[in-house]
Ligand binder design. Structure first.
Ligand code: PRP
Ligand code: URA
Length: 209
């Protein structure tokens, strides 16, 4: 079974509180999501391999560590996942970025794919699928189905907030994929929103509703 990692660093939890607050305006919401994405990127890259190279300091030559060329790809789920991309690129500027467009039907809660564009070498990369919300899990499951159909099999999922129902559905569908979240909330409501959650992530990020 895959890992469920809750990134409980105090700075992440502090910023998440302001992200949740309904009175946080669009500009602050976007900035806070960007900052939390950067902090979560530390946790999700914890296991990437290092190699040893020689480096000459002003004092002596020494063995020192560098990331061993592991190629990464970020796959935001449109729209709301876009808001976490720049925060991760601050730490991993060489990552390529692909996009998957999915929209949840408000009645059926089923996701519909309307766009996909991946780096040509995506199957050779460790892909981080990004979406602030794991609610029913339908969108994340569909996104990873699409990636697996295209021969991508090194994948991690990064979300801000998850519902227990979404985690279970996701782990049943993709038991091989690790999930990184900042908070595991109580439940879904009858409209498929996470409780307490943060509301509609895309609308809050882009000022729509
Ligand atoms: C939201 C969110 C996730 C999805 C989660 O997107 O950003 O992609 O819902 O719900 P699920 O786990 O039940 O599938 P939405 O479909 O509202 O699209 P948007 O980002 O364009 O607003
Ligand atoms: N999508 C959102 O944006 N928010 C939720 O709470 C659930 C799905």
């Amino acid at each position: 079974m895959s890992k469920l990692v809750i990134c409980d660093h105090p700075l992440i939890q502090h910023k998440l509180t302001y992200i949740r607050n309904k009175d946080t305006n669009t500009k602050d919401f976007r900035e806070l999501v960007d900052e939390v994405a950067t902090l979560m990127a530390y946790e999700i890259t914890r296991e990437i391999p290092l190699e040893t190279i020689k480096v000459q300091t002003p004092v002596a030559e020494t063995d020192a560590k560098v990331v061993s060329g592991r190629m990464l790809g970020l796959i935001p789920i449109l729209r709301a996942g876009l808001g976490m991309v720049d925060g991760i690129l601050k730490l991993i500027p060489s990552a390529k970025v692909g996009h998957i467009g999915l929209a949840r039907d408000h009645e059926t809660l089923q996701p519909k794919e309307y766009y996909i564009n991946l780096p040509t070498d995506a199957p050779n990369r460790l892909l981080i699928v990004i979406d602030p919300m794991l609610a029913t899990g339908g969108s994340a499951i569909a996104a990873i189905n699409s990636l697996k159909q295209r021969s991508c099999d090194q994948i991690k999922l990064m979300c801000l907030i998850a519902a227990p129902e979404g985690v279970k559905a996701f782990q049943d569908a993709h038991p091989d994929i690790d999930i990184y979240i900042a908070a595991l909330d109580e439940r879904l409501n009858e409209k498929g929103y996470i409780v307490p959650g943060l509301g509609d992530a895309g609308d809050r990020m882009f000022g729509t509703n």
